[in-house]
Ligand binder design. Structure first.
Ligand SMILES: Nc1ncnc2c1ncn2[C@@H]1O[C@H](COP(=O)(O)OP(=O)(O)OP(=O)(O)O)[C@@H](O)[C@H]1O
Length: 234
């Protein structure tokens, strides 16, 4: 099997939370890698540590122990400002509840990260158009989120995640609010992005999503365990 380029790596990295005199180990010291051009599934029961793993990969939290590298940078050593910049430039996020802003149209939602990056209006327009075309939603660009179905809202959220051309797209239960047909559309979108070279990580409870994955791990009691894919599609 050819070695794909690493985009993120945990080496003995994990997270614990201290509340009062209690310590909760959300993720035990773990080794884990994300590769470019792959869709990686992170499966596991509720409370097992999946979101914690995704938050580490997304540079939203620092590890309590071990080392974390994202896009060649040692995250432990970056301050909060540098971390925020890395997030904006390198990572796109997709959530279960879409997190679109209700008063903004589809295209205005997709444009937001580009405003944060400080791009000028003509460049923003070009990129928004391309992202909306990629997810097949260009004709709905003037719609408010409430006029769109769950599946369509999630495709807008995916457009917003990819409009900055990030190397990594991290998705937390992206299909949990969707019916079966929309689930297929959204997972195929994410699979296509991986085929185009992105590193896509998807947290899920749903073992059916294995058919879309190139690689999978299970998180159990804060431990990351590689698993064999049972139903891989070429
Ligand atoms: N900020 C926090 N403070 C204290 N404990 C936390 C915090 N975040 C997560 N935890 C705990 O860490 C453990 C792992 O949580 P995490 O959210 O990563 O699990 P999960 O697998 O994503 O669960 P779910 O599928 O229900 O979202 C849980 O016991 C949780 O209560």
């Amino acid at each position: 099997m050819n070695q794909k380029k690493l985009i993120a790596e945990l080496k003995g990295a994990g997270k614990e939370y201290k509340t009062g005199d209690q310590t909760i180990v959300a993720l035990q010291a773990s080794d884990f890698q994300l590769h470019e051009g792959e869709l990686t599934l992170i499966i596991g029961p509720s409370g097992s540590g999946k979101t914690t793993l995704l938050s580490l990969l997304g540079c939203v939290i620092y590890p309590s122990y071990g080392d974390l590298w994202v896009d060649g940078q040692h995250i432990n050593s970056l301050n909060a400002t540098k971390l925020a910049r890395l997030r904006l430039e390198t990572i796109g996020f997709v959530f279960q509840s879409f997190n679109l802003l209700a008063p903004l149209t589809a295209e205005e939602n997709v444009e937001l990260p580009l405003k944060l990056l400080g791009l000028d209006s003509s460049e923003r327009k070009k990129r928004v158009q391309k992202a909306l075309e990629t997810v097949g939603m260009i004709e709905r660009r003037k719609n408010l989120p409430k006029a769109l179905s769950g599946g369509q809202q999630q495709r807008i959220a995916i457009a917003r995640a990819l409009v900055t051309n990030p190397k990594m797209i991290l998705c937390d239960e992206p299909t949990a609010s969707l019916d079966k047909d929309s689930l297929g559309v959204v997972m195929k979108e994410l699979q296509t992005l991986a085929r185009q070279g992105k590193s896509v990580a998807v947290v899920t409870h749903d073992p059916r999503l294995q058919q879309y994955a190139d690689r999978a791990v299970e998180v159990k009691n804060g431990q990351v365990i590689p698993i064999e894919l049972t139903n891989v599609k070429g």
